[in-house]
Every structure is written in structure tokens, then in C-alpha cells.
Design a binder for this molecule. Structure first.
Ligand SMILES: NC(=O)c1ccc[n+]([C@@H]2O[C@H](COP(=O)([O-])OP(=O)(O)OC[C@H]3O[C@@H](n4cnc5c(N)ncnc54)[C@H](O)[C@@H]3O)[C@@H](O)[C@H]2O)c1
Ligand SMILES: O=c1ccn([C@@H]2O[C@H](COP(=O)(O)OP(=O)(O)O[C@H]3O[C@H](CO)[C@@H](O)[C@H](O)[C@H]3O)[C@@H](O)[C@H]2O)c(=O)[nH]1
Length: 439
């Protein structure tokens, strides 16, 4: 099938590449000509494991192309995916400006009947609104169908998730449209749920809200564990055996970040509020997360009192490992706070530094080498559980730092291991290993 994908961000690019891999002819369109230029050379503009290889393979096979010209990309497409951003507005609601612009781009440039598939995360009702926008702008006689096909991929494992995800949700008004989309997606070999459009739109928000709720729940339990001397890792393990609860998304830490959970939870609160429903549970989930992101600052301050002139190694900038994305990363909250308190910061990340420099205003040092960050540091703060941070030989903290003091926002190390390594260690929801305990 000939397919166009509008938007080449994390979702659009991965979707376009994956659809070409299962045999479709895909043209990806982006308004940013510099992105298109890079992509046209076979170079991904985002970091996702396995993406570059698949991209190059399908470009060489003539199934994948990139353009900044909508008329060129949309020519002859039978199906057009919209995968542009839906960022958070100041009031928390989803900004649909980009989706509306993409809809007009489609309407102004298509000359054939198409199915428009909205992959972007959009509030319930948006698909019908977008269909109206297209119909109001398209040439008379052209028939446009709309379908909701929300995306569930995770950054850092986006390619794998696209091929081996848990389900594909298709919301359509008529059977023929749903069947066409099911046929397109059949090679992905995943359960397909065909449903109505509004339910498909809601499935996406409800899923993200539920996952965020699990994280805030375990973070609250972690904070209570700290006061009571229990260990949240043991608690989560014990809970996870119950298959009604499940072991996933019960990892306590410095709070959730990323381009989705913070944005989508806020959008759902707004959407509920607009419909006279006060979503108190989800408001608390958001509040718990906001507090969780700064919790380590309090721990650091109560340990040191004053950070003036202290050299701190910030380990990780990305909101999670295996991505170069910093959107809503706890690093963006922690670094300004530590800088304001007078700390001298060196930040380590293996791939997110270019993005970080665009978003972090404070004057800090950056390094892609973990030992360089630790050298002569007075304390370290773990923000991202990168494999090399998790798997570090703990004696390196002792060898490289002025004082081996670690504040771990991701519970990377076992308490036994830090005890053996004689590190002063503060984590989330687990007993501290204070200097008194070491000596
Ligand atoms: N990032 C994720 O992990 C993820 C996962 C599931 C769902 N989503 C949802 O998918 C959507 C896209 O997210 P993303 O992270 O890929 O966004 P992104 O910001 O990384 O990419 C969006 C791209 O769209 C392009 N664009 C904007 N308007 C355009 C237009 N009119 N024509 C052509 N290109 C245009 C931009 O230049 C940009 O390259 C959002 O609604 C998001 O909530 C994201
Ligand atoms: O037990 C856990 C699991 C995750 N996190 C944090 O939660 C955030 C989000 O993690 P993850 O869900 O792995 O990454 P995303 O790429 O943001 O993916 C989420 O958001 C996407 C965008 O909507 C959805 O498509 C995915 O299904 C959904 O998992 C990160 O900061 C993680 O560190 C925790 O703190 N504890």
C-alpha cells in the first residue's frame, strides 16, 4: 500500500520505517527541511536502537523516502498518517495547532480519496474535528475517511515495541476503514482491537494515566517506606507476584518524565474538567510526581547544609536510558536547583548532551565519559539509569571522587553492594547508608 506519514519525530519516523519494513511504500513528510535533508541521507534525526539499520535497508529497497513538500509526499497515497506533536498548553490541555495544520496540508494537497489516520495522542473528539477541518478545505468530490490509531511505543525501545508491542488499536466509523487498517498492520502480528473512534482516543490517555498512577503509587509507598525503615524494592517485588498487580511499572525513583506521561496526564485532567468531572485521583498522581522530582534536593541539602562550591557529578540527562530525549527529564528540574544552591556541576550522558545544551541554560560542564564526571566530585546524583551507570564497578566511586557520596534517583545498586563498597549512599524508599554506618 502507498502510505504517507506526516511528521518525522519519534513516532512518525519509527512508524514510517516500520511500515516500509513490512512492505509498504512510505513517504515521510516533515516541515523541517533540515530534518528531511539529514533523513534523506539515511541518517536518523533521533536516537533509537535499531532504527538506522532499518531505515537504510528500506531506503535502499526503494520503499522509504523523505520530503519537505506535502504535495510530493501525498501524491497517490491511499492512507495518510498524522504523527505531529500535541504539546502541553499553559493550562495543561493538548495543543492541536500542529494536527490542524497537518489536516489543512492534507486537504490542500490531495487529489485522491484517502484514509487519514491520527497517530498523534489527541483528546476525545479530535478525530471528528479534524475530519471537519479536512472536509472544509478539500477539493469537492474527494472522499476522506478518518481513523484513530494511537501509538504505544516507548522511547528507547521504539523499534522493538512497534514490532512486538502488546496491541494495535484501530478506531473507525465504518468496517471497511477498520479492515483496511487491520490489513496494513497485519504483518506486525499483534492483537488488533477494532473499536469506535472516541474509545480509541480514550484508550491512549487512560493507558498512560494508569501507568503514571502505578509509578506515583509506588513512589508514595517508597516515601512511606523511608519513614518506616522498609525497603520499597522488596515491597514492589512482593506486590508484583500478584498477577492482578503485575511487576511492571513499580520501580520507585525520581519520578516519571518524558514527552508523554506529564503531558497526557495533564491533558486528561483538562479533558475531564471540561466535561464537569474533577479527576482528583489523576491530579494527585501529577502532584506526587512533581514533588518526587525534587525529593533528592532535600536529601542533599540535609546531608550538606550548603552546596556553595561543591562539585557535583550529575549522572544522566535523558528522561530514561537509550534515548537522547530530555523532555520533562528530572535533570531539567534538578540542575537549575543545584546550580541555584551554588553547586559546580558536571553532567554525564552518553548521547543526550547536544539536546541538553539546547535546553539547559545554566553554565555547567558536560562529558560523555563517566569517569571524567566522577573525577574529584564531592557527590554524585544518579538521574538516568544508563547501563554503564548501573554496571559501574562501585570501587570507582571510591577511587575517583573526593568523597564517595551517591544520591541515587533510580535505585541502581543493591544495598549489600554499596555496603561492601563502603559508599555513602542515599536512594529512594530504601534505608540510607550514612557515613556513621560506614565507619
Ligand atoms: N514520543 C513518544 O514516545 C510517543 C509515543 C506515543 C505517542 N506519542 C504521540 O505522538 C505524537 C508525536 O510525538 P513525537 O514525540 O513523535 O513528536 P516530535 O515533536 O518528536 O515530532 C513531530 C514532528 O512533526 C513535524 N511537523 C509538525 N507539523 C508538521 C506538518 N504540518 N507537516 C509535516 N511535519 C510536521 C515536526 O517538524 C516534528 O519533526 C504526539 O501526539 C505524542 O503525544 C509520542
Ligand atoms: O516503573 C517505572 C517505569 C517508568 N518510570 C519512568 O517513567 C517515565 C516513562 O517511561 P516509559 O514509559 O518507559 O517511557 P515513554 O517513552 O515515556 O513511554 C510512555 O509514553 C509513551 C507516549 O505516550 C507511550 O506510548 C508508552 O506506552 C509509555 O510507556 C520515565 O521517566 C521512566 O524513568 C518509572 O519511574 N518507574
Amino acid at each position: 500500500m502507498k502510505i504517507a506519514v506526516i511528521g518525522t519525530g519519534y513516532v512518525g519516523l519509527v512508524t514510517g520505517v516500520a511500515l516500509s519494513e513490512i512492505g509498504h511504500h512510505v513517504t515521510c513528510i516533515d516541515v523541517d527541511p533540515s530534518k528531511v535533508e539529514t533523513l534523506s541521507k539515511g541518517i536518523p534525526t533521533i536516537y533509537e536502537p535499531g532504527l538506522e539499520e532499518l531505515m537504510k535497508k528500506n531506503m535502499a529497497a526503494g520503499r522509504l523516502a523523505f520530503t519537505a513538500t506535502h504535495s510530493e509526499g501525498l501524491a497517490e497515497a491511499a492512507v495518510v498518517y498524522i504523527a505531529v506533536g500535541t504539546p502541553k498548553r499553559a493550562d495543561g490541555s493538548a495543543n492541536l495547532d500542529y494536527v490542524e495544520a497537518a489536516a489543512k496540508d492534507i486537504a490542500h494537497n490531495i487529489t485522491q480519496n484517502v484514509i487519514v489516520v491520527i497517530k498523534s495522542t489527541v483528546p476525545v473528539g479530535t478525530n471528528f474535528h479534524i475530519l471537519n477541518v479536512i472536509n472544509a478545505n478539500v477539493q469537492p468530490g474527494i472522499q476522506v475517511k478518518i481513523a484513530s490509531n494511537p501509538e504505544f511505543l516507548r522511547e528507547g525501545s521504539a523499534v522493538n515495541d512497534t514490532f512486538h508491542g502488546d496491541r494495535i488499536v484501530i478506531g473507525a466509523e465504518d468496517e471497511a476503514t477498520a479492515d483496511t487498517l487491520a490489513e496494513i498492520n497485519a504483518p506486525f502480528d499483534m492483537p488488533i482491537l477494532k473499536t469506535d473512534i472516541s474509545s480509541a482516543e480514550m484508550i491512549k490517555y487512560a493507558s498512560n494515566a494508569f501507568l503514571a498512577t502505578k509509578i506515583s503509587f509506588i513512589n508514595e509507598i517508597a516515601n512511606i517506606c523511608e519513614s518506616l525503615g522498609a525497603n520499597v524494592e522488596e515491597v514492589a517485588k512482593g506486590m508484583g507476584f500478584d498477577h492482578r498487580i503485575g511487576p511492571d511499572f513499580l520501580k520507585a525513583g525520581i519520578g516519571y518524565g518524558g514527552s508523554c506521561f506529564p503531558k497526557d496526564t495533564n491533558a486528561l485532567v483538562q479533558l475531564a474538567g471540561n466535561n464537569h468531572h474533577d479527576f482528583n485521583l489523576l491530579k494527585s498522581v501529577i502532584e506526587v510526581n512533581n514533588n518526587q522530582q525534587v525529593l533528592l534536593v532535600d536529601k542533599i541539602l540535609s546531608r550538606f547544609g550548603n552546596l556553595e562550591g561543591k562539585r557535583v557529578a550529575v549522572l544522566g540527562l535523558a528522561f530514561k536510558p537509550h534515548t537522547d530525549d530530555l523532555r520533562e527529564s528530572p535533570a531539567l528540574v534538578m540542575i537549575p536547583k543545584l546550580a541555584e544552591l551554588g553547586a559546580d556541576i558536571i553532567a554525564y550522558d552518553p548521547i543526550a548532551i547536544d539536546n541538553a545544551k539546547r535546553q539547559i541554560k545554566e553554565e555547567i560542564e558536560y562529558t560523555e565519559q563517566l569517569p571524567t564526571a566522577l573525577q574529584n566530585a564531592d557527590f554524585a546524583v544518579v538521574i538516568t539509569d544508563w547501563p554503564d551507570v548501573k554496571n559501574i564497578d562501585l570501587s570507582e566511586y571510591n577511587q575517583l571522587m573526593n568523597d564517595p557520596i551517591v544520591f541515587d534517583g533510580r535505585n541502581c545498586y543493591s544495598l549489600d553492594a554499596v555496603k561492601q563498597a563502603t559508599i555513602e549512599y542515599y536512594s529512594i524508599g530504601r534505608p540510607d547508608q550514612t557515613s556513621e554506618l560506614i565507619s
